[in-house]
Design a protein around this ligand. Sequence first.
Ligand code: PMP
Length: 436
Amino acid sequence: PMSSDKLEAFGVHHITKGLGRIKGGIMAKGEGSYVVYEDGQRLLDFTCGIGVTSLGHVNPHVSQAAADQCLKLVHSQCSISLHEPYIRLIERLLPIMPDPSLDSFFFWNSGSEAVEAAIKMARVFTGKQNIICMQGGYHGRTFGAMALTRSKTIYSQGFAPLMPGVFTTSFPYWHQSGFQPSTSTHTLTQQALYQLDLLFSQQTAPSDTAAIIIEPVLGEGGYVPAPPEFLHGLRERCDKHGIMLIVDEVQSGFGRTGNYFAIEESGVRPDILVIAKGLANGFPLSGVISRKEVTDKLKPGSMGGTYAGNAVSCAAAVAVADVFREENILANVQARSTELFSALNALKYDPNLRPHILDVRGRGLMVGVEFASPPPPSSPANMASRVAARCIEKGMLILTTSVYQVIRFIPPLNVSKADLAKGSQIFAEAVREVVK
Ligand code: PMP
């Protein structure tokens, strides 16, 4: 057998260059908040595979439920017949939906597919075509989802033509309007809503607009929570013009922000909710949820996919929902969130670091730290990636995000107090070393 190094080199040679990577080596095992590499390195994982393994790697309850289902029925193809875990999952999800109107479910594999299904549903229900997305938004890599993605050009560069009929409006984030970091959220919100109203009168008439899609916390675009006032502004305009509000909670959903769904903080009702990632703790599963009135407009057979709503993934997701309840995961998110914010704010207000850390923001355990950009004279360029690289050397996986200088914290939602403190400590040391 090949050595681990040789095996990796063989893989790298034969795997598409289109796949990026933040750390070399072969990940061999997951153990709760840690991952172990073939060469024995054990790293604290504050990425959760980009917000997926929220209940820790190889959560025993989830893996057991999946293993049991594996020995019973792996695949039914839901357009042939339903299977029980699909229906059990709906039973679990129904009571935690952010609005009681959300009562009609459809499961897919990936976030991108679910986003595209949401677009199809909005078009069919409204009889209209255009979609408005947010600057900085990320919705996936398939052609429709890619057309709605506005966080980085790398995701679409060279791949056009994309899905037509997409318009972009500004998200209330100071970078996007040339404001100062200190600009109030109220001002940013008013400005963003003004831009949206202009868009309606200059580019896509409400009578041609099927949907507005938004992440309630901008994910790949920089971990920026949408102000509730902005979400209400969108809801009002959607109500007024018969436009569907699609809320993409692929990254922010399933407990990540301290509520089951980030949109709950605002009390705004989504017309269509998109979920994935943490839903099944690593098994491929996504969902699109709306009200029956909307999905009843779809012709039977018009939606589907070979693997959509796989039985093993659904069984895993049922176990995820049970663990959330039985282990009171949301309470842990809130407690650990307070600790994380206080550690990060201590850095922000440290006089030695102050010019470098612009902002600490987020909700729950979806937290972004933004470094100064453009850098002040003494600040090294590309600080976020240097800090992330330093964290990895020190034993913690962590990701950057956005085209700005942002590090994102996505620790497991059941992370222990000690591991959270350890991660904050590694981060603090990394920042100090990079600034020096
Ligand atoms: N929407 C959001 C908000 C996401 O963060 C992502 C993935 N990062 C997607 C959609 C796409 O999901 P997937 O990668 O499963 O297609």
